[in-house]
Ligand binder design. Structure first.
Ligand code: BES
Ligand code: MN
Ligand code: ZN
Length: 489
């Protein structure tokens, strides 16, 4: 059970630990009875991310640095709250005054970010530990004025953070354990557990996938002992104001196939279904937040293995939309399964399609491990994704899809090949995907190869799968406006 939060008017006497915020430009001036000389002597400067434990009134007090007043945003609160949750992980009951610096305008956004940070900072993946040591933090009393808006913000923070944790658990589960069947079962759990009855679910097995001509998914699955799945999970409320399709790459383990990866490149490849996990997390949140938007998730699922009948470099696959692909590198498998899923999403004629995929190592070369690459065919829809990213505190950067690079994908034997030249691999991957989006449908692509995984705990992301994309998707869905069709590049 993750942390639960209530709004209180003052610090409860029985809380085990108290958190007080200190802004760097208000050091010594914040209205708390703290020993400022001691804090300074300990090197505490109120910097964003800094936490100093002191004792006061017979219990621990976490003095939390918030950075400057001018730069105090929900992102700062979220990060600080996650560090606070780690520092307070030995206590069951936290009383937090972290919302004291909030104003009337930003208080509810701060409250949401505060609880998100506390839950995300308390997260751990313990499924395979003989002696797990989960955080003891169970209960948070947030000192802040109670209003229906504030209660809603706290509920939203909890819902979003729990959805992120679901995505993290899926990404962290080992590839030999999270088979395609089990990832599909996670979709079923979301559809069945949801208190909303607004879900529709279809799960296709291998036979149906064959009958539906998903040649990309079948081609990638060919080297595997595990049967593939194709999941379509939909939140379809009455009176929906728009229709958004989400596509998530669901490679449960990526060995590279016959174009096999070096051993170190495989170490984290259980996370190659992080796009699928983000889509599932967002759909789970939709069942609680109940947006008046139709959201359909299209999720192709298989592992990419090297069995005796694996797809060979040079083989040709026929994708759902009829286009043929020469597979010159079996490690460029994500785009093959996404091609089928984008074709199917296009057939549903949504107002827009957004796909999320751990697609290219090149994106990490370009943007590092914390920022996702964003590409697409429609300026307004790309801008909407950027704004959702900004509001959620998940970072994206817009990259181009240069039309003249498309010729790198020209094939001698098929309609297209699945790799370009050495350079700009993120962009040629994006150009490949664009071939499978039907004309006139606004589409954007997020390459989350970097931010889906985190090597060392930092702010709200802890080591391992991050659940990147869930928060951004929840924001995008909650303010979704159908972008103008016919304005596609
Ligand atoms: N899943 C990988 C991309 C990846 C790499 C994600 C590192 C996260 C961390 C993807 O399937 C892949 O192998 N891409 C190839 C493409 C290449 C063969 C054109 C890559 O990036 O090397
Ligand atoms: Mn690969
Ligand atoms: Zn992959």
């Amino acid at each position: 059970m993750p942390v639960t939060a209530t709004l209180v008017s003052s610090v409860p006497a029985r809380a085990e630990i108290v958190a007080l915020p200190v802004r760097s430009d208000r050091l010594g001036d914040e209205p708390y009875d703290l020993d400022w000389k001691l804090l300074k002597a300990l090197g505490f400067e109120g910097k964003d991310g800094q936490i100093q434990m002191v004792a006061a009134g017979g219990r621990p007090v976490a003095v939390v640095g918030m950075g400057t007043s001018a730069e105090l945003t929900p992102a700062v609160i979220r990060r600080a709250s996650a560090s606070l949750a780690r520092a307070a992980s030995g206590c069951g009951w936290l009383a937090s005054s972290l919302l004291d610096p909030a104003t009337e305008e930003n208080r509810s956004a701060f409250a949401q970010a505060h609880l998100e940070g506390l839950i995300l900072g308390s997260y751990g993946y313990h499924a395979h530990k003989s002696d797990p040591k989960p955080s003891k933090l169970k209960k948070v009393s947030m000192v802040a004025p109670a209003s229906s808006e504030m209660r809603e913000a706290v509920a939203k923070g909890r819902c979003v953070a729990e959805a992120v944790c679901v995505a993290r658990d899926l990404a962290n589960e080992p590839g030999g354990s999270l088979t395609p069947e089990k990832l599909a079962a996670a979709a079923r759990r979301i559809a069945e557990d949801g208190d909303g009855d607004g879900y529709k679910l279809e799960i296709w097995g291998k036979e149906k996938i064959n009958a539906e001509r998903l040649g990309g998914l079948l081609g990638v699955n060919r080297g595997s002992e595990q049967e593939p799945r194709f999941v379509r999970l939909e939140w379809d409320p009455p009176g929906a104001k728009g229709f958004l399709a989400l596509v998530g790459k669901g490679i449960t383990f990526d060995s590279g196939g016959l174009s096999i990866k070096p051993a170190t490149g495989m170490e984290t490849m259980k996370m190659d279904m992080s796009g699928a996990a983000a889509v599932l997390g967002a759909l789970k949140a939709a069942g609680t937040l109940k947006p008046s938007v139709r959201v359909a998730g299209f999720i192709p699922i298989t592992d990419n293995m090297t069995g005796g009948d694996a797809t060979r470099p040079g083989d040709v696959l026929r994708i759902r939309n009829g286009k043929t692909v020469e597979v010159l590198n079996t490690d460029a498998e994500g785009r093959l399964v996404l091609a089928d899923a984008l074709s199917l999403a296009s057939e549903a004629r949504p107002d827009a399609i957004l796909d999320l995929a751990t697609l290219t190592g090149a994106c990490m070369v370009a943007l590092g491990a914390k920022v996702a690459g964003l590409m697409g065919n429609h300026a307004d829809f790309i801008a909407a994704v950027q704004q959702a990213a900004e509001r959620s505190g998940e970072r994206v950067w817009n990259l181009p899809l240069p039309a003249d690079y498309r010729k790198q994908l020209d094939s001698e034997v098929a309609d297209i090949k699945n790799i370009g030249n050495r350079w700009g691999g993120t962009l040629t991957a994006g150009l490949f995907l664009a071939e499978f989006v039907a004309d006139g449908i606004p589409w954007a692509h997020l390459d989350i190869a970097g931010p889906a995984w985190c090597d060392s705990t930092d702010g709200e992301t802890s080591r391992g799968g991050t659940g990147f994309g869930v928060r951004l998707l929840v924001e995008l869905i909650s303010r979704f406006q159908p972008p103008g069709r016919g304005e596609c590049d």
